[in-house]
Design a binder for this molecule. Structure first.
Ligand code: AMP
Length: 280
């Protein structure tokens, strides 16, 4: 496995791969890798010959400085996990390498960013859109792999690919969970033991809400129920709990056909903000 910190060296490597007709898959990450990330690399490995995993903590997508400062940084361990998973190349640029000039472009995603993560984290999807566009242009992958854990990000990147005519195919991969249901996340490492013990409650509430919706309960009542649930535990501070269309992310008043509905939650557990969702 090759490890690149420079854009030009990565480009030379990838040009050689393309010259021998090898297909390239890109897995963008911010590092502190867990099995969820590894599952994206494995999905890529099944489809393409060359898997590039980028590791870059993108400063312009953080609207909270503490979250950026405290984001775990574990490059050596990450590289070991990637090598085991069959990754071909790691791209781990510095912020100066990635943004030799600070980007002045602003990206807007219309309705997609007026809800949930977009509403709670102003500027977040602008930062995501810029870094992902840069990665697409640097790597020029045939496929790019993203986790459904970040459902709204998948929707935003779908729109980016469509509107800017990127010549690649997006692959959305299912959320990997710990055995107790907690969605794997790099931020889980920042939970203390008490918080970690409470954290599976998020998925329990989502699961119960899904059950109630499938049993025909009114959406507004189910959302009120979920909000009350988080209200019963002091450690949690609910940011949002929404029932939405899984593609447009707009709130829904009634369920659509199977696979088109999503329930999404963002919750502070102590100082750590966690998100999760179920598509059904
Ligand atoms: P991050 O490093 O958190 O920016 O995540 C990099 C990629 O991994 C994104 O496409 C995420 O959606 C995906 N990802 C994060 N957590 C999980 C998970 N538990 N299961 C599957 N994919 C995930």
């Amino acid at each position: 496995m090759e490890v690149f910190t420079s854009i030009s060296a990565l480009r030379i490597f990838l040009d050689k791969c393309r010259a021998t007709n090898q297909q390239i898959g890109l897995v963008p990450t911010m590092g502190a890798l867990h099995d969820g990330h590894v599952s994206l690399v494995k999905a890529a490995r099944e489809q393409v010959q060359i898997v590039v995993c980028s590791i870059f903590i993108n400063p312009i997508q953080f609207n909270n400085k503490e979250d950026l400062d405290k984001y775990p940084r574990t490059l050596d361990q990450d590289c070991e996990a990637l090598e085991r998973a069959g990754c071909s190349a790691v791209f781990a640029p510095s912020a100066d390498e990635m943004y030799s000039t600070p980007p002045e472009l602003k990206m807007h995603f219309g309705n997609l960013e007026t809800v949930m993560e977009g509403a709670s984290r102003p500027g977040h999807f602008n930062g995501v859109g810029i870094v992902v566009s840069r990665l697409f242009n640097i790597v020029q992958p045939h496929y790019a792999y993203f986790g459904q854990k970040d459902l709204q990000q998948v929707a935003v990147i779908n729109r980016l690919v469509r509107d800017l005519a990127f010549s690649l195919q997006l692959v959305a991969c299912p959320t990997l969970r710990e055995t107790d249901g907690l969605a794997m996340s790099s931020r889980n490492a920042r939970l203390n033991a008490d918080e970690r013990a409470l954290a599976p409650f998020i998925y329990q509430v989502l699961t119960e809400a899904k059950k109630q919706l499938l049993n025909g309960c009114e959406i507004s009542r189910v959302i009120d129920f979920a909000k009350e649930q988080f209200g019963t535990k002091d450690a949690f501070k609910l940011d949002y709990f929404e029932a939405a269309d899984a593609t447009t992310l707009q709130p829904i008043r009634q369920l659509g056909s199977e696979g088109t509905n999503a329930i999404c939650a963002a919750v502070y557990l102590g100082a750590v903000r966690l998100i999760d969702n179920i598509v059904f």
